[in-house]
Design a protein around this ligand. Sequence first.
Ligand code: 5AD
Ligand code: SF4
Length: 488
Amino acid sequence: MQRVLVRTYGCQMNVHDTEKVENLLLHHGWTLAEDLDCAEFLVINTCSIREKAEHSLYSDLGRLREWKQAQPGRVLAVGGCVAQQVGDALLRRFPQVDFVFGTHNVRWVSAMAEAARAGQRQARVEETASLERFDLPERHPDFVGATPGRAFVTVMEGCDMFCSFCIVPRTRGREISRPADAILAEARQLASGGVCEVTLLGQTVNAYGRHDRRRAETRRAHGAAAEDDPGTIDFATLLGRLADIPGLARIRYTSPHPLFVDDALIRAHGEIEALCPHVHLPVQSGSDVVLERMRRRYTHVDYLRTADRLRAARPGLVLTSDVIVGFPGETDADFQATLALVRAAGFVDSFSFKYSPRPGTAAAELPDAVPPEVAQARLEELQALQSQQTLDYHRSRVGEEVAVLVSGESRRGGGQHAGRDQAHRVVNFEAPQTVAIEPGDFARVRIVEATPHSLIGTLADPPAGVRTSLKPSRGATDRGIRIQGIPG
Ligand code: 5AD
Ligand code: SF4
């Protein structure tokens, strides 16, 4: 039996690419290894969004020389964003690496592993503008996603925004959207396999289909017929079609760009019950001068207006965000504007980062670097503010009864279960041992306590709260169960 282990760095897109690699290899006769010791093949799926992630790859590779030598025939591959950027230089610099595959080349992994076994070292990092890269096999029967009941679905890839700090347009290539039929077919298949929550993925996910629509308009203006239509629709329409799939109780998407939160998407949040009341909407800064240098194409007022409109469309909608501190030229007044925006937008959570210059990006050329100790102090101040806001929000939820999609045992231990509510908050809860609760189940939970990182609850009183049996057994094909409308 050949066993493969895939190690993942980075974002949800990378996590999903890892799933694609694992699934593909299962189809080619590999099994998934429990740990490194028992693996014959190791894939490292890399991230280059910040310098730190890239450096941890290099120290990892150093340590893996021994692993590779310990057993003849072991194969070591590097994929993902660093692979895309560095390409075959990785082969030269690290003799222990057998092959390198870029972000558009996932579908070649199995063939490249075979070639490596025959002694061939190679790098495939060519970018393609074709839809072929979306042609991957359906879920293998042995594939187990990270969380039962939940799945990622790619709707678009790449980014044409070129924010000045961001490496992604260089590692993921140009923006390309997947035909709606393929997305809907995948979602239907997932739902019939027991998945009740999908997260739509794309670097600017709500820009879905925009280039195709523009091209179609141009073609029509020149009198062309519709047969070249690549089959995309607008993002809000796609959400509506997904919500019609029986069994899909929750639909999420990540990450949207504020510029493409249009009227139709805001309306969708008001009309589609299955569309979760949570939007992770990266703001990056609250200072208009900095936003301009970041090339974000909105002002802090535009952003706040969008935030208000989303919340007006769906009361209770939770906003979370990404924020960068220490961008070149960021003054103390700029940073104060960021703190003010975090307050005004009422972020329930945020990921905050110190700016990290990335080679080849426009911001890497900017003067007036912020001293590291200043950036660090700003990061800490921002995180302290955010922690307080998160805790205040969690406290406001105590007493509610919510539907929790169970992911497994709580990290807090003590036999508690963990899951997420509709707003994507972590809920840890206790249940009598006599009640069987499995990952992928929905449970009704009463929130009794708030901590900075999670909500704590107890299973709501039986009989209403006992295992909802909303999740049909695995493997059934036609369940026709609608579980929309579960109040979060
Ligand atoms: N430095 C720091 N943070 C960055 N991000 C992207 N590029 C950089 C960079 N060069 C952050 C942004 C983005 C998140 C995924 O990572 O906040 O939204
Ligand atoms: Fe990077 Fe900006 Fe594209 Fe997001 S929108 S992936 S931050 S370039």
